[in-house]
Design a protein around this ligand. Sequence first.
Ligand code: ADP
Ligand code: MG
Length: 261
Amino acid sequence: MGTIITIANNKGGVGKTTLTCNLAHALTLKGGRALVVDTDSQCNSTSLLTGNGITFQNSLYDILTSRDLVAQKAIVESKIKKVDILPNISDTAVLEYDLSQNLPDNYSILRSKLRDYSKKTYQYILIDTPPNLGFFSLSSLFAADFCIVPISAGSAYSIEGLLRVLTVIEKIQEDGNPDLRFLRLLVNNIDRRTAMGRLIVSELEDNFRGKMFETHIPRSTVFEQAEYTKATVFGSHSATYGAKAYRELAAELRLILESPE
Ligand code: ADP
Ligand code: MG
């Protein structure tokens, strides 16, 4: 059975989308299939994984609004072998108000649409979320087994965003998804050559010992370069430190999932 992992932080620009797409690709390099679910109406994962200007027969919008439409009616192959995507379209943004009216039932639509099919078909299901803790992020946490929170070492606000996600996870555990676990925080965008970078890591280690990935993702322009060509770092940048870090992260995650505490 596959594992559903939601990538969340109540802060934009910390690397949620970069992590979702690159980790999905890295995980499949050693076998297995991955599904990326894009719940952010900015559609960045969708565009990175499928390219520009693609129209979809169905999208997350249709899955959430049509009770009888199953997830596989919207899932398509991405540009990456063994990675599929449940795409988003910008129209989904207008759904937030409507779906927020019939709570709490609506929070579990995504969960019920994803659980059976995707868990049987994919080893890893990674859900990319918006920067706010609104309907789509909450639905993604209701659907998940685990949550990974990336923080950007360049932004103290991303640690505040992490703390808010942890509070919300506790509420969701009480309110409908007792199985949800905060898996790890991921230090992204770190420059360990600087005193500031080392200070941030040591302070996080004091506060989150055992709850941080040992692998850190370095600050590197390869992520922007890859994003510019709508690719992960495993295309023309696969020999870089950035790609190496993601391979290590995938290996560490696999080990953790083999024996989650
Ligand atoms: P979010 O989804 O949280 O808003 P993104 O994944 O879109 O964040 O990342 C924001 C920007 O930071 C993007 O331009 C991305 O290419 C860049 N980025 C992500 N990770 C790194 C990194 N480790 N080093 C440098 N730039 C990064
Ligand atoms: Mg994003």
